[in-house]
Design a protein around this ligand. Structure first.
Ligand code: MRU
Length: 345
Protein backbone atom coordinates (compact mmCIF):
# COMPACT_ATOMS: atom_id res chain seq x y z
CA UNK A 1 0.00 0.00 0.00
CA UNK A 2 2.83 2.32 -0.93
CA UNK A 3 1.99 6.09 -0.74
CA UNK A 4 -1.52 5.30 0.45
CA UNK A 5 -2.64 7.13 3.64
CA UNK A 6 -3.86 4.26 5.83
CA UNK A 7 -4.78 6.53 8.73
CA UNK A 8 -7.71 8.91 8.74
CA UNK A 9 -7.62 12.65 9.48
CA UNK A 10 -10.29 12.14 12.16
CA UNK A 11 -9.65 9.78 15.06
CA UNK A 12 -12.91 8.03 15.89
CA UNK A 13 -11.77 5.71 18.66
CA UNK A 14 -8.92 6.27 21.03
CA UNK A 15 -7.83 4.15 24.01
CA UNK A 16 -6.41 6.13 26.96
CA UNK A 17 -5.83 3.23 29.39
CA UNK A 18 -8.38 4.40 31.99
CA UNK A 19 -10.99 5.56 29.43
CA UNK A 20 -12.11 5.17 25.84
CA UNK A 21 -12.79 8.21 23.67
CA UNK A 22 -15.28 7.71 20.86
CA UNK A 23 -16.46 10.09 18.18
CA UNK A 24 -20.22 10.58 18.58
CA UNK A 25 -21.40 9.46 15.13
CA UNK A 26 -24.98 10.56 15.83
CA UNK A 27 -23.87 14.17 15.35
CA UNK A 28 -22.00 13.69 12.08
CA UNK A 29 -21.48 15.33 9.69
CA UNK A 30 -22.57 18.54 11.46
CA UNK A 31 -20.52 18.28 14.64
CA UNK A 32 -17.32 16.64 15.84
CA UNK A 33 -17.77 15.68 19.47
CA UNK A 34 -16.19 12.93 21.54
CA UNK A 35 -17.77 10.86 24.28
CA UNK A 36 -15.68 9.65 27.18
CA UNK A 37 -16.39 6.09 28.31
CA UNK A 38 -14.96 5.40 31.77
CA UNK A 39 -16.83 2.18 32.48
CA UNK A 40 -18.03 -0.86 30.56
CA UNK A 41 -21.55 0.48 31.13
CA UNK A 42 -20.58 3.70 29.29
CA UNK A 43 -19.35 1.61 26.35
CA UNK A 44 -22.55 -0.46 26.39
CA UNK A 45 -24.57 2.77 26.27
CA UNK A 46 -22.44 4.18 23.44
CA UNK A 47 -23.03 1.02 21.38
CA UNK A 48 -26.74 0.76 22.24
CA UNK A 49 -27.43 4.42 21.46
CA UNK A 50 -25.57 4.26 18.11
CA UNK A 51 -23.02 6.86 19.22
CA UNK A 52 -20.65 4.34 17.71
CA UNK A 53 -21.76 1.76 15.20
CA UNK A 54 -20.56 -0.55 12.44
CA UNK A 55 -19.90 -4.21 13.18
CA UNK A 56 -16.08 -4.25 13.52
CA UNK A 57 -15.99 -0.99 15.52
CA UNK A 58 -18.64 -2.30 17.90
CA UNK A 59 -16.33 -5.30 18.48
CA UNK A 60 -13.25 -3.15 19.09
CA UNK A 61 -15.14 -0.87 21.51
CA UNK A 62 -16.54 -3.88 23.39
CA UNK A 63 -13.01 -5.26 23.80
CA UNK A 64 -11.90 -2.00 25.45
CA UNK A 65 -15.13 -1.99 27.48
CA UNK A 66 -14.07 -5.32 28.94
CA UNK A 67 -10.74 -3.77 30.01
CA UNK A 68 -12.66 -1.03 31.82
CA UNK A 69 -14.76 -3.75 33.50
CA UNK A 70 -11.60 -5.59 34.58
CA UNK A 71 -10.63 -2.50 36.56
CA UNK A 72 -13.58 -3.34 38.86
CA UNK A 73 -12.29 -6.90 39.37
CA UNK A 74 -13.06 -10.30 37.89
CA UNK A 75 -16.76 -10.59 38.88
CA UNK A 76 -17.47 -7.36 36.96
CA UNK A 77 -16.06 -8.94 33.83
CA UNK A 78 -18.76 -11.59 33.37
CA UNK A 79 -21.46 -9.03 34.16
CA UNK A 80 -20.07 -6.53 31.67
CA UNK A 81 -19.79 -9.26 29.03
CA UNK A 82 -23.48 -10.12 29.42
CA UNK A 83 -24.53 -6.47 29.14
CA UNK A 84 -22.29 -5.72 26.19
CA UNK A 85 -23.62 -8.75 24.29
CA UNK A 86 -27.14 -7.39 24.71
CA UNK A 87 -26.27 -3.88 23.47
CA UNK A 88 -27.07 -4.82 19.86
CA UNK A 89 -28.12 -8.22 18.55
CA UNK A 90 -26.96 -8.56 14.95
CA UNK A 91 -23.26 -7.72 14.62
CA UNK A 92 -21.48 -10.90 15.70
CA UNK A 93 -18.16 -9.04 16.09
CA UNK A 94 -19.56 -7.87 19.43
CA UNK A 95 -20.02 -11.44 20.71
CA UNK A 96 -16.66 -12.43 19.27
CA UNK A 97 -14.91 -9.56 21.09
CA UNK A 98 -16.50 -10.46 24.44
CA UNK A 99 -15.54 -14.14 23.99
CA UNK A 100 -11.97 -13.17 23.08
CA UNK A 101 -11.64 -11.02 26.19
CA UNK A 102 -13.16 -13.63 28.51
CA UNK A 103 -10.72 -16.17 27.08
CA UNK A 104 -7.84 -13.74 27.73
CA UNK A 105 -8.93 -13.49 31.37
CA UNK A 106 -8.87 -17.25 31.93
CA UNK A 107 -6.10 -18.60 34.17
CA UNK A 108 -4.71 -15.11 34.78
CA UNK A 109 -3.81 -14.06 38.32
CA UNK A 110 -6.00 -11.23 39.67
CA UNK A 111 -3.06 -8.81 39.85
CA UNK A 112 -2.32 -9.32 36.15
CA UNK A 113 -5.95 -9.19 34.96
CA UNK A 114 -6.04 -5.59 33.70
CA UNK A 115 -2.70 -5.96 31.95
CA UNK A 116 -3.79 -9.22 30.26
CA UNK A 117 -7.07 -7.73 29.05
CA UNK A 118 -5.51 -4.50 27.86
CA UNK A 119 -2.94 -6.46 25.88
CA UNK A 120 -5.71 -8.58 24.34
CA UNK A 121 -7.88 -5.54 23.49
CA UNK A 122 -5.03 -3.66 21.84
CA UNK A 123 -4.16 -6.81 19.83
CA UNK A 124 -7.84 -7.19 18.83
CA UNK A 125 -7.89 -3.57 17.63
CA UNK A 126 -4.57 -3.92 15.77
CA UNK A 127 -5.81 -7.07 14.07
CA UNK A 128 -8.82 -5.16 12.79
CA UNK A 129 -6.59 -2.38 11.45
CA UNK A 130 -4.25 -4.77 9.62
CA UNK A 131 -7.20 -6.90 8.44
CA UNK A 132 -8.75 -3.80 6.85
CA UNK A 133 -5.53 -3.21 4.92
CA UNK A 134 -5.36 -6.81 3.68
CA UNK A 135 -8.99 -6.63 2.54
CA UNK A 136 -8.36 -3.32 0.74
CA UNK A 137 -5.58 -4.92 -1.31
CA UNK A 138 -7.55 -8.12 -2.03
CA UNK A 139 -10.77 -6.28 -2.82
CA UNK A 140 -9.06 -3.80 -5.14
CA UNK A 141 -7.61 -6.75 -7.11
CA UNK A 142 -11.18 -7.70 -8.13
CA UNK A 143 -11.90 -4.34 -9.76
CA UNK A 144 -11.04 -3.20 -13.25
CA UNK A 145 -9.65 0.22 -14.09
CA UNK A 146 -12.18 3.05 -14.16
CA UNK A 147 -14.90 1.26 -12.15
CA UNK A 148 -18.12 2.89 -11.00
CA UNK A 149 -19.36 1.53 -7.68
CA UNK A 150 -22.55 1.49 -5.63
CA UNK A 151 -22.15 1.04 -1.87
CA UNK A 152 -24.68 0.93 0.95
CA UNK A 153 -24.76 2.01 4.59
CA UNK A 154 -21.39 2.89 6.11
CA UNK A 155 -18.57 0.41 5.87
CA UNK A 156 -15.78 2.94 6.12
CA UNK A 157 -13.24 3.90 8.75
CA UNK A 158 -16.06 5.05 11.04
CA UNK A 159 -17.44 1.51 11.13
CA UNK A 160 -14.16 -0.24 11.94
CA UNK A 161 -10.96 0.13 13.91
CA UNK A 162 -9.02 1.05 10.76
CA UNK A 163 -9.53 1.93 7.12
CA UNK A 164 -12.95 0.37 6.67
CA UNK A 165 -14.22 -2.75 4.93
CA UNK A 166 -16.12 -1.95 1.72
CA UNK A 167 -15.07 1.71 1.75
CA UNK A 168 -11.47 0.67 2.52
CA UNK A 169 -11.50 -1.31 -0.74
CA UNK A 170 -13.07 1.63 -2.59
CA UNK A 171 -10.56 4.14 -1.24
CA UNK A 172 -7.57 1.98 -2.03
CA UNK A 173 -8.91 1.10 -5.48
CA UNK A 174 -9.45 4.82 -6.14
CA UNK A 175 -5.82 5.43 -5.16
CA UNK A 176 -4.83 2.82 -7.78
CA UNK A 177 -7.01 4.50 -10.43
CA UNK A 178 -9.44 1.60 -10.43
CA UNK A 179 -12.45 3.49 -9.02
CA UNK A 180 -13.57 6.65 -10.78
CA UNK A 181 -16.95 7.23 -9.14
CA UNK A 182 -18.99 6.02 -6.17
CA UNK A 183 -22.74 6.18 -5.59
CA UNK A 184 -23.47 5.71 -1.88
CA UNK A 185 -27.15 4.98 -1.12
CA UNK A 186 -28.50 7.32 1.55
CA UNK A 187 -29.55 4.28 3.66
CA UNK A 188 -32.98 5.06 5.09
CA UNK A 189 -33.94 5.41 7.84
CA UNK A 190 -30.72 6.07 9.78
CA UNK A 191 -28.96 7.73 6.83
CA UNK A 192 -25.52 6.23 7.39
CA UNK A 193 -24.87 6.58 3.64
CA UNK A 194 -25.53 10.30 3.40
CA UNK A 195 -24.27 11.35 6.83
CA UNK A 196 -21.22 9.09 7.11
CA UNK A 197 -20.15 7.37 3.88
CA UNK A 198 -20.50 10.42 1.66
CA UNK A 199 -18.65 12.47 4.27
CA UNK A 200 -15.80 9.95 4.42
CA UNK A 201 -15.55 9.70 0.63
CA UNK A 202 -15.48 13.49 0.28
CA UNK A 203 -12.77 13.75 2.92
CA UNK A 204 -10.66 11.24 1.02
CA UNK A 205 -11.33 13.01 -2.32
CA UNK A 206 -13.08 10.03 -3.89
CA UNK A 207 -15.61 11.37 -6.45
CA UNK A 208 -19.03 10.48 -5.06
CA UNK A 209 -22.69 11.24 -5.79
CA UNK A 210 -25.42 10.53 -3.27
CA UNK A 211 -28.49 8.57 -4.38
CA UNK A 212 -31.62 7.67 -2.43
CA UNK A 213 -32.10 3.94 -1.90
CA UNK A 214 -34.90 3.71 -4.45
CA UNK A 215 -32.69 5.11 -7.25
CA UNK A 216 -30.35 2.11 -7.26
CA UNK A 217 -32.09 0.16 -10.07
CA UNK A 218 -32.15 3.20 -12.34
CA UNK A 219 -28.52 4.03 -11.57
CA UNK A 220 -27.45 0.44 -12.33
CA UNK A 221 -29.28 0.63 -15.65
CA UNK A 222 -28.09 4.07 -16.73
CA UNK A 223 -24.78 4.90 -15.00
CA UNK A 224 -22.55 2.01 -16.16
CA UNK A 225 -22.09 0.55 -12.68
CA UNK A 226 -19.29 -2.05 -12.53
CA UNK A 227 -19.75 -3.43 -9.00
CA UNK A 228 -21.75 -3.20 -5.80
CA UNK A 229 -19.54 -3.39 -2.71
CA UNK A 230 -20.92 -3.63 0.83
CA UNK A 231 -19.82 -4.69 4.31
CA UNK A 232 -21.52 -7.17 6.62
CA UNK A 233 -22.62 -7.52 10.24
CA UNK A 234 -22.74 -11.30 10.27
CA UNK A 235 -22.01 -14.02 7.74
CA UNK A 236 -23.61 -17.39 8.45
CA UNK A 237 -21.88 -20.76 7.94
CA UNK A 238 -23.47 -21.22 4.51
CA UNK A 239 -22.15 -17.77 3.46
CA UNK A 240 -25.51 -15.97 3.63
CA UNK A 241 -24.72 -12.33 4.36
CA UNK A 242 -26.50 -10.10 6.84
CA UNK A 243 -26.03 -6.38 6.34
CA UNK A 244 -27.90 -3.09 6.60
CA UNK A 245 -31.52 -3.11 5.47
CA UNK A 246 -31.67 -2.63 1.71
CA UNK A 247 -28.61 -4.75 0.94
CA UNK A 248 -30.70 -7.76 -0.14
CA UNK A 249 -32.61 -5.61 -2.62
CA UNK A 250 -29.35 -4.27 -4.06
CA UNK A 251 -28.06 -7.83 -4.53
CA UNK A 252 -31.21 -8.81 -6.46
CA UNK A 253 -30.90 -5.71 -8.63
CA UNK A 254 -27.21 -6.37 -9.24
CA UNK A 255 -27.98 -9.95 -10.37
CA UNK A 256 -30.66 -8.67 -12.76
CA UNK A 257 -28.22 -6.19 -14.30
CA UNK A 258 -25.30 -8.64 -14.44
CA UNK A 259 -23.25 -6.56 -11.98
CA UNK A 260 -20.86 -8.30 -9.53
CA UNK A 261 -21.94 -8.05 -5.89
CA UNK A 262 -19.00 -8.08 -3.46
CA UNK A 263 -19.07 -8.31 0.34
CA UNK A 264 -16.05 -7.19 2.35
CA UNK A 265 -15.79 -8.38 5.96
CA UNK A 266 -13.14 -9.64 8.37
CA UNK A 267 -13.19 -13.17 9.81
CA UNK A 268 -14.60 -11.70 13.06
CA UNK A 269 -17.86 -11.17 11.12
CA UNK A 270 -18.10 -14.86 10.18
CA UNK A 271 -20.33 -16.87 12.49
CA UNK A 272 -19.98 -20.57 11.76
CA UNK A 273 -22.22 -21.40 14.72
CA UNK A 274 -25.18 -19.94 12.81
CA UNK A 275 -25.99 -22.39 10.02
CA UNK A 276 -27.76 -20.03 7.63
CA UNK A 277 -29.12 -16.51 7.28
CA UNK A 278 -32.60 -17.36 8.57
CA UNK A 279 -31.08 -17.92 12.05
CA UNK A 280 -29.39 -14.52 12.29
CA UNK A 281 -31.16 -12.24 14.80
CA UNK A 282 -32.36 -9.16 12.94
CA UNK A 283 -32.44 -6.03 15.06
CA UNK A 284 -35.79 -4.26 14.94
CA UNK A 285 -35.50 -0.66 16.03
CA UNK A 286 -37.97 1.99 17.02
CA UNK A 287 -40.69 2.85 14.48
CA UNK A 288 -40.11 6.50 15.38
CA UNK A 289 -36.86 6.38 13.38
CA UNK A 290 -38.95 5.64 10.27
CA UNK A 291 -41.80 8.01 11.07
CA UNK A 292 -39.54 11.00 11.75
CA UNK A 293 -36.46 12.52 10.17
CA UNK A 294 -34.26 14.42 12.62
CA UNK A 295 -37.21 14.52 15.01
CA UNK A 296 -39.69 15.89 12.42
CA UNK A 297 -42.74 13.76 11.62
CA UNK A 298 -43.03 12.63 7.98
CA UNK A 299 -46.24 10.59 8.40
CA UNK A 300 -49.71 11.34 9.76
CA UNK A 301 -50.10 11.34 13.55
CA UNK A 302 -50.82 7.80 14.79
CA UNK A 303 -49.23 6.13 11.73
CA UNK A 304 -47.62 2.71 12.23
CA UNK A 305 -44.25 1.63 10.84
CA UNK A 306 -41.72 -1.20 11.14
CA UNK A 307 -38.01 -0.66 11.35
CA UNK A 308 -36.00 -3.73 10.37
CA UNK A 309 -32.39 -2.61 10.70
CA UNK A 310 -30.81 -5.47 8.70
CA UNK A 311 -31.63 -8.03 6.04
CA UNK A 312 -30.05 -11.21 4.75
CA UNK A 313 -28.70 -11.71 1.24
CA UNK A 314 -28.66 -15.38 0.18
CA UNK A 315 -25.13 -16.50 -0.72
CA UNK A 316 -26.24 -17.37 -4.27
CA UNK A 317 -26.50 -13.63 -4.98
CA UNK A 318 -22.99 -12.87 -3.68
CA UNK A 319 -20.23 -12.92 -6.29
CA UNK A 320 -17.42 -13.08 -3.72
CA UNK A 321 -16.71 -12.37 -0.06
CA UNK A 322 -13.42 -10.57 0.56
CA UNK A 323 -12.08 -11.44 4.02
CA UNK A 324 -8.83 -10.56 5.75
CA UNK A 325 -7.79 -14.17 5.21
CA UNK A 326 -8.54 -14.40 1.50
CA UNK A 327 -11.31 -14.25 -1.08
CA UNK A 328 -14.28 -16.62 -0.79
CA UNK A 329 -15.40 -17.33 -4.35
CA UNK A 330 -17.90 -18.72 -5.08
CA UNK A 331 -19.53 -17.68 -1.83
CA UNK A 332 -20.59 -20.92 -0.16
CA UNK A 333 -20.10 -22.61 3.20
CA UNK A 334 -17.28 -24.90 2.11
CA UNK A 335 -15.19 -22.06 0.68
CA UNK A 336 -15.98 -19.79 3.61
CA UNK A 337 -14.67 -22.34 6.09
CA UNK A 338 -11.64 -23.10 3.94
CA UNK A 339 -10.64 -19.43 3.62
CA UNK A 340 -11.41 -18.17 7.12
CA UNK A 341 -9.77 -21.25 8.61
CA UNK A 342 -12.43 -21.77 11.23
CA UNK A 343 -14.16 -25.07 11.84
CA UNK A 344 -17.85 -25.42 12.73
CA UNK A 345 -18.63 -24.84 16.41
O1 MRU B 1 -26.66 -0.13 12.22
P1 MRU B 1 -25.21 0.09 11.89
O2 MRU B 1 -24.91 1.48 11.43
O3 MRU B 1 -24.29 -0.40 12.98
O4 MRU B 1 -25.01 -0.88 10.65
C1 MRU B 1 -23.78 -0.94 10.04
C2 MRU B 1 -23.81 -1.72 8.80
O5 MRU B 1 -24.75 -2.39 8.47
C3 MRU B 1 -22.55 -1.73 8.03
O6 MRU B 1 -22.84 -1.83 6.67
C4 MRU B 1 -21.74 -2.90 8.49
O7 MRU B 1 -21.44 -2.87 9.83
C5 MRU B 1 -20.63 -3.03 7.57
S1 MRU B 1 -19.07 -3.53 8.19
C6 MRU B 1 -18.15 -2.12 8.37
Amino acid sequence: MRNFPVTDPITHISWKRDRLLVLDQRLLPRRIKYLTCRTAEDVTMAIGSMALRGAPLIGVAAAYGMVLAARQGRPALERAGRRLRRARPTAVNLMHAVDTMLAAAENVAERRLIFALETAAVAFHREDVSGNQRMAVLGASLLKKGSRIITHCNAGALATGGLGTAVGVIRYAHHLGKVVHVYPCETRPYLQGSRLTLWELMQSHVPATLITDNMAAHVMKTCAIDAVIVGSDRIAANADVCNKIGTYGLAILARHHGIPFYVVAPATTVDLATPDGSRIPIEERSAAEVLKIFGRPIAPPGARARHFAFDVTPHELVTAIVTDRGIVRPANGRNLEKVTGKSHA
